[in-house]
Every structure is written in C-alpha cells, then in structure tokens.
Design a protein around this ligand. Sequence first.
Ligand code: ACO
Ligand code: LMR
Length: 264
Amino acid sequence: GKVRAPTHIISTISDDRGDEPCYGGVPMSTIVEKGYGVGDVISLLWFKRSLPRYCTQFIEICIMLCADHGPCVSGAHNTIVTARAGKDLVSSLVSGLLTIGPRFGGAIDDAARYFKDAYDRGLSPYEFVESMKKKGIRVPGIGHRIKRGDNKDKRVELLQEYARTHFPSVKYMEYAVQVETYTLSKANNLVLNVDGAIGSLFLDLLASSGMFTKQEIDEIIEIGYLNGLFVLARSIGLIGHTFDQKRLKQPLYRHPWEDVLYTK
Ligand code: ACO
Ligand code: LMR
C-alpha cells in the first residue's frame, strides 16, 4: 500500500498546486467569474465556507467603516511618526498595527466573549456591568475618547441599522445596547463603541446564520478571529497615512517640549 511521508505542516485553507490556486476549494476563476468580493474571500480563508451575501456584505461594511479614523488615533499616530522617521511602508504599517490591542481596536474578541457569556448566563446589564466593576475589568466594547451619549458613533449606528434589516436575529446586539443604556446612566462617555458593536453583531451573525455549529462558534470566539477584522481594515488607513506623509515630504517628527510635563 501507499506510505504517506510525515509532513511538518498541515494546511486546510488554500492550495496552489493545481492549474489555478484555490481558496477553500474554490478556484480563482470562480471567484472572479462569480464576482466574489473581499467578504467572500474572508469567508473562505478564515471561516472555511461560503457565507450568504448578507454576511459577506456585513464583513465588507465592517472593513470599510474601520479602514481609518483620522490621524490622531494611536495607530495612525505611530504610523505617521514612523513614516516621518524615514522608514519604509512595512515598518510604518506594523508600527501602527502594534498599537491595536485591548484599548484601541483590539477589544472586539473580548467584547464578544464577555457579552456572550453574560447573555448566555442570563445576567441583566446591571449584574454584568457591576460584576465586571467588582473584578476591576473595564467592559470591552464600551467607552470612547471622543464619542458621547449625545454624539454617538455613526459607524455603530450604521452597523446596527444594517443588521436590524438583514440579520435573522440581533439578540446579542440588543443586549449590548441594553448594557450601553446602563453604562450611559453612569457616565456619558460609556457608549457602545465600534469594537463592541462588531463583537456583539458578529455573535449574532455566527449564531443566527445557521452556518456554524455551537462548537464552531465557541472555537471562533476562543481563538479570537474578530480582532482580525480591525487589523485588516485599519491596515488600509495606515498604508494611506504612510503614503500621505511621504507625498507631503514630512520631516522627522519631534514632540514639543511644551507638551511634556517634565517632573521628578
Ligand atoms: N467599562 C467600565 N468603565 C469604564 C470603561 C469601560 N469600558 N471605560 C471607561 N470607564 C470608566 C472608568 O471608571 C474609568 O475610570 P478608571 O480609569 O478608574 O477605570 C473612567 O470611565 C474614565 O475612563 P477614561 O480612562 O477617561 O476613559 P478613556 O477615555 O481614557 O478610555 C477607552 C477610552 C480606552 C476606550 C476605555 O473606555 C476602555 O478601556 N474601553 C474598553 C476597551 C475598548 O472597548 N476599546 C475599544 C475602543 S473603540 C476603538 O478603539 C476603535
Ligand atoms: C478608531 O476607530 O480609531 C477610534 O474609534 C478610536 C478613536 O479614538 O477615535
């Protein structure tokens, strides 16, 4: 019989050995002929299945809405400083990407984890938020530096509107909104932010599309796929900021002394 030589790598998402490369078993020609978009490619390479159009469109909307948020946020700031230090595209890009984490852009997975756990255990928003406070953990997906209860994040509203129209169920999102109502009663900056909106809405996508088993959903949440959406999206903006600084021939950045409190 055949003896299979042991391999050092196992890979399941793409294959470049045939006439044409395949993503999740789908040949490139099909991807082009059928007019697939980035959302379909993400579905194939990350989730290893073709998702319905409303899901791939949702993924694309997340990417478009998170592509950039101006020059002042952590990621863009780092990228701008790095580009102005004369570094190349990749260095400028990763310098910005490295700021993505629990405070900035990388709270999506934790928001999904905590919202799911609280909703599935039947905790009221009050019980959830107060239990987090007791543990000394800020609620991921809640809070923003510039957005307020009376100046909500337009991206969040757009995502919610899309999901309310197209998703079979938005129970996790509605729970996140109830959590926001409670946190806003405590302080005006404690809005549902874009990470929290994507985290809760992706739970709804996973749970209500009928495309994933319970075990698969748990695995996606546990591994933490969802911050990938922000990383991918914001790379678009960070690359743009790099080109912008180079085009503008901006000199080396040095922070002004006046803006530093020198103290012992
Ligand atoms: N949950 C509970 N309480 C909070 C939260 C939260 N998520 N955020 C702020 N607070 C409260 C706390 O009481 C905090 O006091 P503390 O410093 O003693 O904990 C108080 O508000 C003041 O907070 P600030 O530090 O002034 O808030 P800041 O504007 O610096 O923080 C931030 C904004 C970092 C987004 C914060 O709200 C947070 O950590 N949120 C959770 C992480 C998150 O969702 N990040 C993604 C943001 S969206 C994006 O980056 C694309
Ligand atoms: C972002 O998308 O970068 C923002 O929500 C963060 C910010 O402070 O504006």
